[in-house]
Design a protein around this ligand. Structure first.
Ligand SMILES: [Zn+2]
Length: 417
């Protein structure tokens, strides 16, 4: 059991709600499995050759009590209890030690007794495996596999690889390094869904169908971005491949948000200027698609390219400076209304760039390593700034839309520039 004995078995009763029926604690701290209906009474089985599976499980628990829990108390804990390799090893080791499935032919009382014994062993193996998944504890950074090691300024509180979508989604309700990241964008996503629903249900005399379509592009961009981010932060500890897939979706979501942000402001900013509107929108789409293609590269998500990622999306967002200058020129730099809209755009840009800087520089955890593991880490600040920027933009373009509708029809000559 070399493989098993190196793996921590840190089960606590509060973490084992799913398996409470099968496991209970006895006085000396060693967990005692209650057999399912039909299985032989566990007390009647001695921990020797009659029940090798139980014997192995007990050994595991004792190993854990002796070493790994002590390690956790020192704050360095962690097991990696649920990697696929561990499951495979667990099953293989259990089978090698005599655990098998129930046979089909029961020829005698002896066979039946042996079969019941085997059934109990199989149940033990399954219970051990199930409890393993349910009982993960947070890890120190150094205990993470390389593909989960992203920010070494966050020392403890990391989720181990969970290898189960169910376990990943349940982890939303536990405290670890990703809890803040998950909830900031989950709540942001819900807020945008609510805002979109409110906007689209306005009566036609209040909001025209054209405005609904234009704003929907923005809302959908924001919902996709925040939703992908939520999914990434929830699922990236599932396994290396799932983590990579969702990190690509997360980056694509950012590109979609930036594209969606440009649509309403180019639409209202160049409302009567047909060609500039079409040219700028085409440029934004082309840049957005390029950003997505770059995001899909396998290397793009590596920790060493953190600044490159921040740079790609900041440059994409900052490309809006060109139409903004054009807008100021055509509307007049001293036009109070134009100044107000450019002011909202500027505030949005500042919030996004500030967020990108926090993200790229990993502030404040860089200055307080190990102190921002759970709350106030750079990524959470970045998330909050993204949501703030997205709502500032919504407010700015809403004002532009209201102003535009009070201006009346466009004059024909203004369509060409
Ligand atoms: Zn994120």
């Amino acid at each position: 059991m070399a493989t098993l004995s190196t793996v921590s078995w840190s089960v606590s009763m509060r973490e084992m709600s799913d398996y409470e029926e099968g496991v209970e604690m006895i006085g000396d701290g060693i967990r005692h499995r209650v057999p399912p209906a039909g299985a032989p009474d566990a007390d009647s089985l001695s921990l020797n050759s009659e029940a090798p599976a139980l014997h192995e499980v007990k050994k595991l628990l004792e190993n854990d009590n002796a070493s790994d829990l002590v390690e956790e108390e020192r704050g360095t804990g962690c097991p990696l209890p649920s990697t696929p390799v561990d499951f495979v090893s667990l099953e293989r080791e259990m089978l090698q030690s005599g655990v098998g499935e129930v046979g089909d032919n029961i020829d005698s009382t002896e066979d039946r007794a042996q079969n019941e014994n085997m059934s109990y062993k199989a149940w033990s193996c399954k219970a051990a495996k199930a409890a393993w998944t349910a009982s993960w504890n947070v890890c120190h950074f150094h205990h993470l596999p390389q593909w989960l090691q992203d920010n070494d300024f966050l020392h403890s509180g990391h989720r181990p690889p969970l290898n189960s979508f169910n376990a990943c989604f349940k982890s939303i309700f536990r405290i670890h390094t990703e809890t803040g990241n998950i909830w900031t964008h989950l709540l942001g996503c819900i807020a945008f869904m609510g805002t979109m629903t409110y906007f689209l249900t306005r009566p036609p005399y209040e909001t025209k169908p054209d405005d609904k379509i234009v704003f929907s592009m923005y809302f959908i961009g924001a919902i996709i971005c925040l939703g992908c981010s939520f999914a990434f932060h929830t699922l990236h500890c599932h396994s290396e491949n799932i983590g990579k897939l969702f990190s690509k979706l997360d980056y694509c979501g950012i590109a979609i948000l930036i594209m969606g942000s440009f649509v309403p402001w180019l639409y209202y900013g160049f409302y009567c200027h047909f060609y500039p509107k079409i040219i700028y929108m085409s440029m934004v789409m082309a840049l957005g698609i390029m950003a997505m293609i770059v995001s899909l590269g396998d290397k793009f998500s590596s920790p060493s390219l953190r600044s490159v990622r921040a740079g790609v999306f900041a440059a994409f967002g900052l490309s809006g400076i060109i139409p903004a200058i054009h807008y100021g020129y055509t509307e007049g730099w001293f036009n109070k209304v134009a100044q107000a809209y450019l002011g909202w755009l500027l505030l949005m840009g500042v919030l996004y760039i500030l967020g990108a800087l926090f993200y790229a520089m990993r502030v404040p955890e860089r200055f307080f390593p190990g102190k921002c593991d759970i709350w106030f880490q750079s990524h959470q600040i970045f998330h909050v700034l993204v949501i703030a920027a997205a709502f500032v933009h919504y407010h700015g373009v809403s004002e532009m839309a209201v102003y535009r509708t009070t201006m009346g029809e466009c004059r024909a000559q203004s369509a060409i520039y």
